[in-house]
Design a binder for this molecule. Sequence first.
Ligand SMILES: Nc1ncnc2c1ncn2[C@@H]1O[C@H](COP(=O)(O)OP(=O)(O)OP(=O)(O)O)[C@@H](O)[C@H]1O
Ligand SMILES: [Mg+2]
Length: 586
Amino acid sequence: MPEHGDDRGRVARGYGRLLGYTRRFWPVLAAAIIGMLIEAFAAGAFTWMMQPLIDGTFVERDPNVLRWMPFAVVGLFLLRGIGVFLAGYGMAYVGRRVVETLRGETFAHLLRLPVGYYAGENSARLVARLTFNAELVADASAESLKVIITDTLLVVAMVVVMLMQSVRMTLTLAFLMPMVAVVVWFAGRRFRNISQRMLGTVSEATRVAGEALAGLDAVKVYGGEQAAEERYRILSARRRRLHLKGSAAKSLSTTLVQLSAAIALAILIYIAGREAAEGTMTAGAFTSMMVAMAAMLPSLKRITSVQDTMQKGLTAAESLFDILDTAPEPDDGGAAPLAICGRIEYRQVSLRYDGANHEALADIDLLAEPGTITAIVGRSGSGKTSLIRLLPRLLEPGQGQVLLDGRPLADYGLAQLRQQIAWVSQSVVLFDDTVAANIAFGALADASPQAIEAAARAANALEFIQALPDGFQTRVGEVGSLLSGGQRQRLAIARAILKDAPILILDEATSALDTESERQIQDALAHVMRNRTTFVIAHRLSTIEHADQVLVMDAGRIVERGRHDQLLAADGLYAGLYRMQFSRGT
Ligand SMILES: Nc1ncnc2c1ncn2[C@@H]1O[C@H](COP(=O)(O)OP(=O)(O)OP(=O)(O)O)[C@@H](O)[C@H]1O
Ligand SMILES: [Mg+2]
């Protein structure tokens, strides 16, 4: 099947890529492999030693053997211990380093992906992917590699021991073992088939009973009881028959497997007996062979079952590779001048989120001159936040263009563009760090304490910060859980004031504040807004009466625009929103 071939190719590529990560730690990997070689050698040597041990002590009663044997046994196990440690620690080291590298790379890449990537993927799931999948990858890359190499070496060592003891018996065994394996597989297959069919009847019987009981009214009114009863009875009987077939198959297969193993053993003993009669096989050699055979079986089993772990790890690795292979945000601008005035223009911009069936923004045209305030109002979900998220290129428009100083945004480098924008977002996120570090966030990290304090004062935050146990050095706790909504908002405003950028965006920046604090911040913001291009989104219309232009949005479109009093006079949507506010008394 071609599909299967494709799948194989993909798996091989995935594994190759994973091995690429382990290759970076090749000296440790080499040490681990040496450890595995030692381990296999020691195991093989011990198994071989069974022959002189048994023949020397029990058969020939040679006192010499008694003298060296204890040392040899302890020595071999000491050697084996060294090998086991090297292999175990080395592979664990490589595995952990692979996880660490892969996790680090994936996280770094996630930070550079377009925000749109997260729209379809919930962030908790991404974090889980990052945490758990990397663990599975460690199993696949290190554990299964260890199993494959160690167990293969062990099997080889055992085969060598067997060949050393008797070539004829080894060849016989090589011939018999596949036959026993085929019998085991064959016997198991019939049982697996029956189990599969058994599952089918369970779900069908459940469905029949469920349907009849759920639709009991109809069953009764239309007289369907007998038909339902009959169907259920037939399914139960089929299930019983399958069950019994399964039991029969199971006991039959156990018998079959044991019988074939017994036949194989009988053949082996027969040949060993003939060799013993000829004088080429001793009791010790026979024991040594049997021990080698027994030691081989678990290894063979592990080698065949390691596929499962590998498959899981590969699937996990692929989900991480998927992230790594997703193109980062396009950032090939940089041709534009560094100093900007802040004139912003939207031309026929529309936007549709992935998977959404309607446009979040449609036919947006707007012009914001430097030094002016543009207020955006509209019902929840009308597209206000979406509109301004286009500015720092957190989103890319589907159609149309956004221009800064007459140039498309893509002409600017991403970092350069974002430097020009201070943003107080609708939901303030604080990081588990000090208050000062949360104000001087990211690229602002080297701001002076004086500047931070001045920004906090302007944001009306100084008072509450100074009341905190360690002032500016207080840690705000995970995601700022120690602060109230209004306090968090004031920190975010301080952050924006400190950034002192030519474009200022306030998305419901004061929604969590009481009227008194809001008025104080309004004053500070009015001061900050001077000489900047400002966008203000607000539900409270009182905060936008002084805007140079008001855009009224509805269902992704700008439906009204003008100054506050013009819009009131026009008596449209804005006037309606305004009146509603006052009737609610806010
Ligand atoms: N990440 C997203 N993925 C898909 N759809 C989104 C996403 N963000 C917003 N939307 C949809 O886009 C539309 C506009 O949302 P937007 O956040 O811009 O509204 P808003 O005017 O800011 O609302 P609010 O006043 O409640 O903040 C809504 O229909 C919303 O469901
Ligand atoms: Mg919003």
